[in-house]
Ligand binder design. Structure first.
Ligand code: ADP
Length: 424
């Protein structure tokens, strides 16, 4: 295998988001769930290893990331890409800075960049400050994030607090002038002893201009945006070939455990268009009812009659979620629903479902694990950040199935119907 780009993502739907951008820029990509145990059986240009290392202890995040780097380097990866969230989700301890420096040490890399810019999703960096839409990161909803509250939009300062190496800035003026100006700025920063530079980017054009200047860097660290400028360094251009998946077969279903605004709209749209939907109430699960059995008994005859796609959802509006969490506790409610959804994904596949939409980051993580999926080939985009994938699943007796992992806030209101049209 001639692996060009080896990627390490610090969470699951973020890995799909990165893989999607690489596929669109011309790479054939496989996403693996954790570090693979052996070489891959298929020929690809990039592998994205999905870890769950965003908020775990620093030492553990470093250990997992280094294990991923060792596997990717052993496959011949010519460049390593450490992918984190476009809102730079981290705590004062990390994990972005410490993982970056551990990877630099392992790769013998004296300089790398850091930029979460993803203009397609409204994340831009100007003079080192991260904007979410029209707001500074520190004014956005991220200031209240339960695990990684972001209260400073100055990424040079945020990253410096996590790093031993001096952190600098490659500003928009250098990026606007093109790759030579960026290279000159990198040389100047290196002379000053800087090891990591935040890079301004306001548009996709900036990211495309940045790409060539990164060609010789052993390590790149970024959100998913920088990925659009890298495949060209390997002589690759966008092509339908990169997103080709096996033909879709089997029955269609949607499992939705996300309670985001976007997902609530998608569920409402699906129901309003007259398609079959079954609601899961966490309080009933907690009361000991066999909700999973009821959902399955509801879905089986519909699927058999060819009614699909069917939707099973716990998606609920904020007041209802709050009421449930008040009674059960947020963690307990989440765990009950995830367990139910995971079991349902297995049962739907046993009923012959081979095209499955999973909505919600945690929800899709639980289902992919329950289905016994080790790796997914990335196919065509449904909406920005959300591609179809193809995977062999233990739960399907080793047969292939198509699935998509939709992170909560992604997708248009008609996502649950549009997705299947993209596949056909
Ligand atoms: P998102 O990508 O929108 O954040 P996730 O699946 O990551 O979606 O997170 C949603 C969490 O909410 C999961 O832990 C899920 O089990 C839980 N959950 C789903 N439905 C409900 C509900 N009706 N009440 C309370 N918690 C719920």
């Amino acid at each position: 295998m001639t692996l060009l780009l080896g990627c390490i993502a610090d969470d699951f739907t973020g890995a799909s988001d990165l893989a999607n951008n690489l596929v669109r820029a011309g790479m054939r990509v496989v996403q693996t769930i954790g570090v693979p145990t052996g070489p891959l059986a298929i020929e690809v240009d990039a592998v994205v290893i999905a870890l769950k290392s965003r908020t775990i202890a620093v030492a553990e995040a470093i250990e997992q990331s280094l294990a991923a780097e060792r596997w990717l380097s052993a496959q011949g990866a010519r460049q390593i890409y450490f992918k984190y969230c476009s809102t730079f989700d981290s705590t004062p301890q990390g994990n972005i800075g410490p993982v970056t420096e551990a990877l630099m040490d392992a790769l013998g890399c004296d300089f790398t960049i850091a930029t979460p810019a993803f203009p397609d999703n409204g994340r831009t960096v100007f003079k080192g400050h991260l904007f979410v839409g029209d707001e500074l990161l520190s004014d956005s909803g991220m200031k209240n994030h339960p695990l990684t509250p972001m209260t400073d939009a100055n990424l040079v300062r945020v990253l410096q607090a996590q790093c031993r190496r001096p952190v600098g800035l490659i500003d928009y003026k250098a990026v606007a002038q093109g790759p030579d100006a960026v290279r000159a700025r990198i040389e100047a920063l290196k002379q000053q002893g800087v090891g990591i530079a935040v890079v301004d980017a306001l548009s996709n054009d900036d990211l495309i201009r940045l790409g060539p200047a990164l060609a010789d860097m052993p390590l790149v660290t970024a959100g998913s945006g920088v990925a659009i400028g890298l495949p060209a360094n390997f002589g690759l251009a966008p092509s339908a070939r990169s997103s080709a998946l096996p033909a879709a077969t089997g029955l269609q279903a949607v499992l939705s455990g996300s309670c985001s605004q976007a997902t609530n709209q998608q569920v409402a749209h699906f129901i309003a268009s007259g398609q079959p939907a079954f609601a899961i109430d966490p309080l009933r699960i907690a009361a000991g009812e066999d909700v999973q059995g009821q959902a399955c008994a509801w879905a089986a005859p519909l699927l058999e009659a060819g009614a699909g796609p069917v939707l099973i959802y716990s998606t609920a509006a904020a007041p209802s979620v709050a009421a449930t969490q008040n009674q059960l506790g947020a963690m307990q409610a989440g765990a009950l629903v995830e367990h139910c959804m995971a079991a349902l994904s297995q049962q739907l596949v046993a009923l012959g479902v081979r095209q499955l939409v999973l909505a919600g980051g945690e929800t899709s993580g639980a289902c992919v694990q329950a289905l016994g999926i080790a790796q997914m080939q990335i196919g065509p985009q449904i909406d920005p950040g959300v591609p179809w994938c193809h995977a062999r699943a233990v739960a399907a007796g080793g047969a292939g199935l198509h699935l998509t992992l939709k992170s909560g806030n992604f997708g248009t209101p008609d996502f649950f119907t549009k997705a299947f049209k993209v596949l056909s």
